[in-house]
Write a protein that binds this ligand. Sequence first.
Ligand SMILES: *Cc1c(COP(=O)(O)O)cnc(C)c1O
Length: 382
Amino acid sequence: MIELGAPVLGEPEKRALAEVVDSGWLAMGERVRSFEQAFARMHGVEDAVAVSSATAALQVVLATFGIGPGDEVLVPSLSFVATANVVVAAGATPVFVDIEAPERPHMSIEEARARITSSTRAILIMHYAGYTMDVPAWRRLADEYGLFLFEDAAHAAGATGAVGVYSDAAAFSFFANKNLTTGEGGMVLVRGDAPRARMRLMRAHGMTTGTLDRVHGRTTAYDVVECGTNCRMDELRGALGLVQLQRLPEWNECRRGLSTRYRELLAEMLPEVLVPFDRPDPTVAHLFPVLLPPGADRRSVVAAMTGSRVQTSVHYAPIHRFDFYRRRFGALSLPRTERFADGELTLPLHPRLTEADVSRVVATLAEALGRTTGRPSREVAS
Ligand SMILES: *Cc1c(COP(=O)(O)O)cnc(C)c1O
């Protein structure tokens, strides 16, 4: 089976975990702190705050910047549901924005501008498939209207230079299927000492001291200065993150190379399949999404590919069409998002994939399309 995604885990991860166990200290400590500093350094920013997931990261971001009831937050509908769920959970209202075009399925900046009202407080952008959005342009839009700019950077770990640099905060995911994984885990890059300090409080019950301080006898008393939550990262995850971070640039380079190979083969063999984004677009190549030709029956294509032992997925079912969102906010129409989501297919992409695997995936897709649309299948030279 050619898997859709697969983490790279081996001896260094085992050793790192064993060291934590031997140390006798599992709760958030020195390793998590080192991971925060190394992650910030890689992304060219001052510091970072480690948390238990990207969802928790977005929740502490909204809490830190005081987003709540009465506030509107612009979000893409073409995203994982957490992007909107966190806004609803904060008591605010997500305002869904359509994508630019099938060639560029990022949230449209023109459409976002058109949806700004006197209640809008923030824009939450998402770097779909790891392709970096034009963050400086979004910063200018946010500044023009006095809004916060947040990034759902769950697909963008290792995207240096833009992600986490211009926004008020960027949230990363280290879930099992992301470019860097700690099983569950997340990180926030946040500008400014004061918001970062507030976020550290929000992550740990609003308490003024940590467990490590109390155990080391540095202090016994603490105050609670915020109504925080508990979404700390632990040392096992911190240790895994430190090991994985060292290899992240190499893995992202490998993902980019495989994506380029996919583009070459698809242009040659299946020009009717649209590959979003331009090759020179900056990316950490988290996913390889394609748009099937009009009239292709995706269910049959998926079934045929699964039958040929190639795993695929769909990113994403649009959030605004989920039952909860339809009930809560009524039926909305986002035609470009809907059209893209209905024809999108995500092909396997991970650092353990080979160029021969890529050829097999494309050959399998060609065969599946030929079979399901009645056209003769094409051979793929590999
Ligand atoms: C994975 C993902 C999340 C959620 O990340 P968790 O760490 O699992 O909470 C949020 N947004 C997007 C776009 C994602 O892909």
